[in-house]
Ligand binder design. Structure first.
Ligand SMILES: [Zn+2]
Length: 542
């Protein structure tokens, strides 16, 4: 039976947060949904970061097939100077291709869905959409105007600094002085998003509806400790109000759905308390695998000072230089001696070998690759806490976890910290402590996210289920009465419905593959997206 599916994505949704809020009566509708339907864990990608994970959700494929391994990808002319990724970088068809001709397909705010594509249904893009790109952010192109005409102040992806109403320069110091303002802004954005959902549910004869809320992720990064307190402090009460509003909208959504509709709740990754930042490049330097540029300051330092005085930034300088000139300048100005370095942090929790003939100034002979990868994995395993226990829960070869022919730049070594001793690994800076505890992030991602399903034909299961994020697209398509594309690594989540039957597999899925026009961001857009990623703590000044 073909059912309508509403897929509500909660970015960073995590049971350790929701169970705590359930216990305090903060999210009664969500709790009701879980107790009447199916509840379980959704296993994210490795690394469990937003663009990688949502891409696996929208393709049903592992990163080795879809080709997205981080927020950014390296450029052909300079493999140390990455640029932000978008949907056009994905190497297998996505939900937008499979549902292109279905007027009942609606998708709001899915991270990595930029640029909007011609389709019979409706879409508005999400995180990684450049500011001011409203023409490529929506299809039909006047969708944002339609929201405005209905009195909905729809915001695609707010800059954190905007949310807090403070100077971007003091984001992480400044926002703390006005957390209520920040929470209030995120609440209004979520309200408007759910108003837009309601409008489209009424206006359109929908069959698959996807909507993603990101306020959960933003709040958990910054207010982790406060969220998990008992509610007596004003700041905890204020942040719980966000979850209360979200739950209220979930309750309305549940009552707007027909009895045959399925409501599925998913997150791209879970969350956990983080203790600070692991300065991976500094660690590689101390291990002798990465070399700092000899001169105390780069040879371009005096030029940099002069340009700064004239108010010329790296981004504005980039506009007047050719790609080649600009990337050469970046290499010279880098604090890393690339030609003398064997390995470097290439993305979140990912170390890449500076391999000859692969990286711009690669110096590692391919015959030494295996030994070096093994040595790095062993050395990561030797990072110990005060009690002598290993801090890393896994350190593996990229080629052991990514399967497929995608290009892209997977880490040669990908590692994960223990859940109970989590550290982030996004920063590329050198010098200082190996473990920095003075970072603004108090919560960060973990692999275990959430899965819940409720509604038409969904069983009421006592025991908790466990699925992979790659299982979501096959499950949505199967419950929606479609065959599952053969390219998907994920499997249909059998066992959650009362009328289970084995799925049809579409081996002719290649007909959905579209030639991808390369959509690259302009230099300004690149700089702006990098700025946002920095504000979220995913990039450092390097
Ligand atoms: Zn996320």
């Amino acid at each position: 039976m073909a059912r309508r599916i509403f897929l509500l994505g909660l970015d960073g949704g995590s049971w350790n947060v929701f169970d705590h809020l359930f216990a305090h009566g903060v999210m009664p509708n969500f709790q009701k949904l879980c107790s009447e339907g199916v509840k379980g864990t959704l296993e994210s990608t490795t690394p469990p970061v937003t663009p990688v994970a949502w891409t696996s959700l929208m393709t049903g494929a592992n990163p080795g097939k879809h080709g997205i391994f981080a927020f950014r990808k390296t450029r052909p002319d300079n493999s140390y100077l990455p640029v932000p990724v978008n949907r056009m970088d994905m190497e297998v068809p996505t939900v937008f291709d499979y549902y292109r001709e279905d007027p009942g397909f609606v998708c709001l705010n899915l991270p990595m869905s930029f640029p909007a594509t011609e389709l019979a249904g409706c879409m508005v893009t999400g995180m990684m959409t450049p500011q001011g790109q409203t023409d490529r952010a929506a299809h039909p192109s006047d969708q944002l105007d339609r929201f405005a005409a209905a009195g909905i102040d729809y915001v695609i992806d707010p800059k954190l600094q905007e949310s807090a109403g403070i100077d971007p320069q003091d984001l992480f110091d400044g926002w703390k002085e006005a957390p209520e303002k920040f929470i209030g802004r995120l609440t209004r954005i979520t309200q408007s998003r759910m108003d837009a959902v309601r409008l489209l549910m009424k206006d359109r004869d929908w069959s698959v509806f996807i909507c993603v809320v990101v306020g959960t992720d933003r709040l958990q990064h910054l207010l982790w400790d406060e969220i998990l307190e008992d509610g007596s402090k004003p700041i905890t009460a204020a942040v719980w109000d966000y979850y209360r509003h979200l739950d209220d909208r979930l309750g309305r959504l549940m009552s707007d759905l027909h009895p045959d509709d399925v409501l599925m709740l998913v997150s791209d990754h879970g969350f956990v308390k983080t203790h600070g930042s692991f300065q991976t490049n500094e660690w590689l330097r101390r291990q002798g695998w990465l070399k700092k540029r000899e001169a105390k300051k780069s040879p371009l330092y005096p030029v940099k000072v002069l340009l700064n005085r004239l108010g010329i930034t790296r981004a504005s300088l980039g506009r007047v230089l050719s790609e080649g000139q600009s990337s050469k300048l970046q290499l010279m100005a880098s604090h890393i001696d690339w030609a003398g370095s064997q390995a470097f942090l290439s993305g979140p929790f990912a170390i890449r070998i500076n391999l000859m003939d692969r990286e711009t100034l690669g110096c590692v002979d391919p015959k030494d690759y295996d030994r070096l990868v093994d040595d790095i994995i062993v050395a990561l395993g030797e990072l110990k806490d005060q009690d002598g226990r290993p801090m890393i829960s896994s350190a593996v070869r990229g080629q052991d976890i990514y399967h497929g022919d995608a290009g892209g730049q997977p880490g040669d070594v990908v590692f994960t910290f223990r859940d109970d001793l989590n550290f982030t690994a996004y920063a590329a800076e050198l010098g200082g402590d190996l473990f920095r505890t003075d970072i603004a992030k108090k919560g960060d991602h973990r692999i275990d996210g959430i899965f819940a399903a409720w509604g038409g034909g969904i069983r009421n299961l006592e025991e908790e289920v466990r699925f992979s994020i790659c299982d979501i697209l096959p499950t949505v398509m199967h419950l929606n009465g479609r065959a599952v594309p053969g390219v998907c690594d994920g499997k249909v989540a059998l066992g959650i419905t009362e009328d289970d039957h084995s799925p049809d597999i579409d081996s002719n899925w290649k007909r959905f593959a579209r030639s991808r026009e390369a959509v690259s961001y302009s230099r300004d857009q690149e700089a702006e997206i990098n700025e946002r990623l920095k504000a979220l703590g995913y990039l450092s000044d390097d």
